[in-house]
Design a binder for this molecule. Structure first.
Ligand SMILES: C[S@@+](CC[C@H](N)C(=O)[O-])C[C@H]1O[C@@H](n2cnc3c(N)ncnc32)[C@H](O)[C@@H]1O
Ligand code: SF4
Length: 443
């Protein structure tokens, strides 16, 4: 089958499977009372992972699919930090004991929209209410355009160990088209500063499928990114979802590459990164062979959560801030996505949860298989042969197309199938309705 036919067949709208069930299937049946009970039931000594969401940016990139808003004054952001501290206290009170933490992720938006003193105050409160373990990873998402000296010093003070830097594309025409002007030199200076204040590990995000991008442009970007010597690279396909993110309508749709061009761009980035010795991880990540993510992939301990691929294997992830999602042994919870609703709940002394899902037994077995497929491109169906049988027909087609191979009850996704990993995972998704519009395209 030709590449064109393959793309035509599999360019469907499918979830990214950073959770299962996926967020659109969370419901209001999970509320603050449910969350309170789930927190109270966390066993003593259970290591946690924490996620802090900061939904602010100085300006909006036109492609952005994150939960964020523009803010140019410190006042609202300082208020947000105060509310975040209140939420940390509320959650710690509901847990009722000081549980160990081995991973903190500051995401957004742009976490360093917080003024320097807010970054340290939030971090201090976490250290008071949770027991930060020695060697804990503290990861921060960084926008190089806005990281100033005081904030860099604050990242040092909170013990940042890993930085994830947004690049997207270094081509000047593409940068103009997406409303994000970020020259290479500015990025390189930022990376140097981050390393100087303790970022032992560096991730860089690039995108393909953006307006005006070409195979040549993304290859040049990939080579420039390699000059920054990152430990990891995430190469995401641009998710064009203007029905959910209205500002994306400001991008010229005529300038967007079609599915075949996107596929070629993905392949071009993949080629440059593999040639440079990076190890492909799952759907869209690359790691230096000596990096802990490559090691986790080799040893079978790699995980996938709302931040994407991770080496963090904590059984509970607690989310703080508007729209943050938590994953507890009983199920998922999501805070109110709207920052005003989130703030009102926090100020009223209520856990700001708006929805979630309690996992059924069927959810759990599908979730485990989807996660191992997304991480390791293989899954053993010995304990769930019925799920393999359920997907027999589309899997037979995928086998003929060279995307998957079966060895008894183990399903393997081939290298040819790697770009279509989400399509394979979708075969195990009991919630997905055919033709659903809300997700981004697979290719
Ligand atoms: C929260 S941002 C990273 C930190 C910082 N705000 C920045 O942009 O530099 C997370 C990453 O999500 C990715 N992203 C944002 N919008 C996207 C979209 N519509 N489709 C795919 N990836 C997207 C970008 O690669 C971006 O670097
Ligand atoms: S990509 Fe990053 S900096 Fe740009 S709007 Fe989104 S969150 Fe903000």
């Amino acid at each position: 089958m030709s590449e064109t036919d393959l793309i035509a067949r599999y360019d469907q709208r499918v979830p990214r499977y950073t959770s299962y069930p996926t967020a659109p299937h969370f419901a209001h049946t999970v509320n603050a009372a449910t969350y309170r009970a789930w927190l109270a039931a966390l066993p003593a000594g259970m290591p946690l992972s924490l996620y802090l969401h900061v939904p602010f940016c100085v300006r909006l990139c036109l492609f952005c699919g994150c939960n964020t808003q523009v803010v140019r004054r410190d006042g609202p952001v300082e208020n947000y930090a105060r509310d975040l501290i209140t939420e940390i206290d509320m959650v710690a009170d509901a847990i009722g004991r000081r549980l160990p933490v081995r991973h903190i992720h500051w995401g957004g938006g742009t976490p360093t929209s917080l003024p320097a003193h807010c970054i340290t105050e939030v971090s201090d409160r976490i250290a008071q209410r949770f027991a930060l373990q020695a060697g804990a990873e503290i990861a921060v998402e960084i926008d190089p355009r806005t990281l100033d000296e005081p904030r860099t010093a604050a990242l040092h003070a909170i013990g940042m160990t890993r930085a994830s830097v947004g690049v997207q594309d270094f081509d000047a025409r593409v940068q103009k088209a997406i409303g994000r002007v970020q020259p290479y030199d500015m990025t390189a200076r930022c990376v140097d500063r981050l390393r100087a204040v303790g970022a032992r590990s560096l991730n860089i995000d690039v995108l393909y499928g953006l307006p005006l991008q070409t195979v040549d442009a993304v290859e040049r970007t990939a080579r420039l990114v390699l000059e920054l010597a990152p430990d990891r690279i995430a190469a995401f396909g641009y998710a064009h979802v203007p029905w959910m993110k209205r500002h994306q309508t400001a991008l010229h749709e005529d300038d967007l590459p079609d599915a075949e061009a996107r596929f070629a761009q993905r392949g071009a980035i993949d080629g440059v990164l593999r040639l440079a010795g990076l190890h492909p991880i799952g759907l869209d990540h690359y790691a230096q062979p000596g990096d802990s993510m490559a090691a986790a992939e080799r040893s079978g301990t790699l995980r996938r959560n709302f931040q994407g691929y991770t080496t963090d294997d904590a059984a509970a992830l607690i989310g703080f801030g508007a729209s943050a999602i938590g994953s507890l042994p009983q199920g998922y919870v999501q805070n109110a996505a709207d920052s005003i609703a989130w703030r009102q709940a926090v100020r009223a002394g209520a856990l700001p949860v708006s929805r979630g899902v309690a996992l059924s037994e069927d959810d759990r077995r599908r979730r485990a298989l989807i996660e191992t497929l997304m991480c390791h491109l293989a899954a053993d169906f010995a304990a769930a042969p019925d799920l393999l049988a359920e997907a027999a027909e589309p899997l037979a087609q995928m086998t003929r197309d060279g995307l998957v191979a079966r060895r008894e009850l183990t399903l393997h996704v081939t290298e040819r199938g790697r770009p279509f990993l989400r399509n394979v995972a979708a075969l195990l998704d009991a919630y997905l309705r055919p033709g659903e519009q809300r997700h981004s395209r697979a290719v």
